[in-house]
Design a protein. Structure first.
Length: 220
């Protein structure tokens, strides 16, 4: 299936793209600049330039039509996140377009535990960034989409373990850390699980395989 990924140039987004391609799926990066698109295409990953000024909206609609899922992973705790990452405007535009196109699943990667690099890069802008993340969560909950909000622990570049902890509920809070590769595996499972995994999830390192952890939380 086609999966549109906003935030594909981050450390998490790159790992997600690799795992989707390994499954035979096609990740499509949504980027803001031509050079990002060209770099991705040179590496074999499809990409579209989309911004709030209207550039690329027709192409975005075409890509959304028939897509299996959308992942909004901007500013999830990587060193490439900037002050504007995760702003409600970009996320709201993507939600609205996905809803209108009838996209099957929408996954938002939130950020309640930003890593040190992100905290340092945002500085005084960190409270506004976290507020924008919560606003995006709330907007997604009000959309007619099969949605899942994933709140990860602090992201690391440690090798994947294949083992995670997942908590659900009305306001689950992450703790500890999680390798980006393991978080990417969680996203892939959320995108592909049958029945769909929906709602709010807090995800961290743990002792259960990804599929088992998600199934047990969703069943409960």
């Amino acid at each position: 299936m086609d999966v549109l990924v906003m935030g594909i140039t981050t450390g998490l987004g790159a790992r997600l793209a690799d795992q989707l391609r390994a499954r035979g799926d096609r990740p499509i990066g949504l980027v803001h600049r031509l050079e990002q698109r060209d770099d991705l295409r040179a590496s074999g990953v499809d990409a579209l330039v989309v911004n709030e000024s209207g550039e690329g909206h027709a192409e975005l609609w075409g890509a959304l039509t028939g897509a299996g899922g959308v992942v909004l992973a901007t500013g999830s705790g990587t060193e490439t996140a900037g002050p504007s990452a995760g702003r409600a405007g970009a996320s709201g535009l993507l939600m609205m377009a996905a809803e209108a196109a009838g996209v099957a699943r929408f996954v938002l990667i939130s950020s309640l535990l930003p890593g040190r690099a992100l905290r340092e890069s945002l500085g005084d802008g960190l409270p506004a960034y976290l507020s924008a993340k919560r606003a995006a969560e709330q907007e997604l909950r009000e959309r007619a989409l099969s949605w899942c909000v994933v709140r990860p622990g602090r992201l690391t570049d440690e090798p994947a373990t294949g083992l995670v902890s997942v908590r659900g509920g009305e306001d689950p809070r992450p703790d500890g850390t999680i390798p980006r590769a393991d978080l990417a595996a969680v996203i892939v499972e959320v995108l592909t699980a049958d029945p769909p995994v929906t709602g709010l999830l807090a995800v961290g390192a743990g002792s259960e395989p990804v599929t088992t952890a998600l199934r047990s939380v969703h069943a409960g």
